[in-house]
Design a protein around this ligand. Structure first.
Ligand code: AMP
Ligand code: MG
Length: 530
């Protein structure tokens, strides 16, 4: 397990500095004007709101001046059993902006704590998000409907409770792209502008995101109660997530230990998916790790352009704590924090409980490596596992790093190659500063392919199904956000959403979106999404 380093305190200071400059109070908005709507838009059944009062603060969203719908995710709405037309109508948009409360909603801000950049913060909580309630989708899965940017709450601390349009669209784009890539994630149901400005380093258009998640219970939610010595709440919370996300562990004779094991397993698989896609979360604080195993909190996240394990985009991550190559270790660190929070539930004598929790945490590297290894073999077109496969992949990555080869495009181009004919390697070779670096590796790869009994066509199709052509490239995201925020031109955002909805399909008409950035387009840093 990772030890806390003194350096982390330095990074934590950088975070609070960021928070200080970004989260200034604005003048309070118009008075609350929340109505009940008679029509049943959401068939709410709110299990979290049935937990005791100390789990949350009940309050309504604050109204905004002039709500306008930017985008509604119609397909997601239907999947959730919601009526897209009703949601896009003026009454629906009022709900999505927090001006109107839908029938059955029991709005609340959840309490949680967390380690931010390794630094303990005993009270965080939803400072600008309000959970309206839960709906059960067509797949039978219960999901939270939450408004992010919905106004001040008792957890707002120095913040204004609001969100700016840029970060809202950024979350919309990246979370929906992750969903299309098949990576577990919270979803974006809608984005609305508020007609109000929010004060950050400059005045920015305000917006509200409707976020959908299997639940918003975080590692930090467990920490909140563990830190207060509230064993009863810990047990209720654990029972809640077991029933909701891990019902199979209820049958175990040690359900809380089985819960820990299940969360470790889920997170190992999730982080493997991030690594295989070149995704860098950017703020893997314990309050940003969901127990259900969905990716959450798309702040300074980014997909890598060229492969380099040290890649960091977040402007506040000066020490590279959350660099691409550190993500698995950090996940394990966060899970150790979860294990520690669960100790009071693990029973019979502290030493025995610690030993059990330790075993669960120690299982992470094996689970992660298995998931990553399987995914990497698929990316390389290897259906069967053979010794030497890990080294083959590592060799490719070393060459990619040395030659600044684009992560996504290298694998996509590789998917096009036949097993026998190196003449066809022209396109992929161009991605390497020294093309000969690819040739050497390709010899090895082709030799390995001879041990697979699958034809080119089938293998290439299988590779294209796991190696996307389209990811939300940083420069394209910036382009879309700039047009939307500076010129109220949402066309680039809409086109980008169309492209990202089918990431594995070759679409020549969108070839511009598959290309790595030109040197002058490279985005060096992303900023906290507050
Ligand atoms: P995040 O960086 O989004 O994970 O947020 C960390 C903490 O800061 C959470 O408790 C958030 O609710 C809170 N927070 C972030 N932005 C704001 C804001 N504009 N107003 C109030 N609280 C905020
Ligand atoms: Mg967060």
């Amino acid at each position: 397990m990772r030890q806390r380093r003194p350096l982390e305190a330095v990074v934590a200071l950088a975070l609070s500095a960021c928070t200080m400059t970004k989260l200034q109070q604005t003048a309070p908005g118009p008075p609350m004007n929340v109505h009940e709507t008679p029509s049943v838009l959401f068939a709410f059944d709110n299990s979290y709101a049935r937990l005791p009062d100390r789990f949350f603060a009940r309050l309504n969203p604050s109204s905004v001046r002039a709500p306008r719908l930017v985008r509604l995710n119609g397909a997601l709405a239907l999947h959730l059993g919601l009526d897209p037309e009703a949601l896009s109508a003026p009454g629906g948009v009022e709900i999505l902006a927090g001006n109107r409360l839908p029938g059955g909603a029991e709005p609340l801000a959840m309490a949680y704590a967390g380690h931010q950049f390794g630094n303990w913060v005993p009270r965080l909580g939803d400072g600008r998000a309000i959970l309206l309630g839960e709906v059960i989708g067509k797949d039978g899965v219960r999901r939270d409907i939450q408004l992010k940017g919905a106004g001040l709450t008792p957890f707002s601390r120095m913040g204004d409770g609001r969100a700016a349009l840029g970060p809202v669209l950024r979350e919309y784009i990246v979370s929906e792209a992750m969903a299309a890539l098949g990576i577990p994630t919270t979803r974006a149901l809608a984005a609305v502008t508020t007609g109000e400005e929010v004060a950050r380093e400059q005045l920015l258009p305000g917006a509200v995101l409707t976020r959908v998640a299997q639940s918003h219970v975080r590692v930090g939610t467990f920490q909140f109660f563990a830190a207060r010595g509230d064993e009863e709440a810990l047990r209720l919370l654990a029972d809640h997530v077991i029933e909701r996300h891990y019902p199979e562990v209820a049958k175990s004779d040690q359900p809380y230990l089985a819960l820990l094991d299940a969360v470790v397993d889920t997170q190992a698989k999730l982080i493997a998916r991030w690594q295989l896609a070149g995704f860098i979360h950017g703020v893997m604080n314990t309050d940003n790790m969901l127990i259900a195993g969905e990716t959450i909190d798309y702040g300074p996240c980014a997909f890598m352009d060229f492969y380099d394990p040290k890649t960091v985009y977040s402007s506040i991550d000066r020490m590279g704590r959350y660099a691409y190559g550190n993500q698995p270790r950090i996940a394990q660190w966060n899970l150790a924090v979860l294990a520690q929070s669960l100790l009071p539930l693990l029973g019979d004598g502290k030493d025995a409980a610690v030993a059990r929790a330790q075993d669960a945490i120690d299982s992470f590297p094996g689970l992660y490596n298995a998931a990553y290894g399987e995914g990497m073999r698929a990316k390389l077109g290897l259906a069967q596992e053979r010794s030497g496969d890990t080294e083959l992949a590592e060799d490719l990555f070393t060459r990619m790093a040395d030659n600044r080869a684009d992560f996504t495009l290298t694998f996509r181009r590789l998917s096009d190659l036949p097993a026998k004919d190196p003449e066809t390697d022209t396109e992929i070779r161009k991605l390497f500063e020294d093309p000969a670096a690819f040739d050497d590796w390709a010899l090895r790869w082709r030799k390995r392919l001879t041990r697979e009994n699958i034809g080119d066509e089938k293998r290439q199709a299988a590779m294209r199904a796991v190696n996307p052509a389209f990811i939300p490239r940083n420069h394209l995201v910036e382009e879309a956000l700039k047009a939307a925020t500076a010129e109220e031109d949402f066309a680039p955002f809409d086109t980008l959403m169309t492209v990202l909805a089918s990431p594995f399909e070759d679409r020549p008409e969108f070839s511009r979106y598959a290309k790595p950035p030109r040197p002058e387009q490279v985005v060096q840093a992303t900023f906290c999404g507050t």
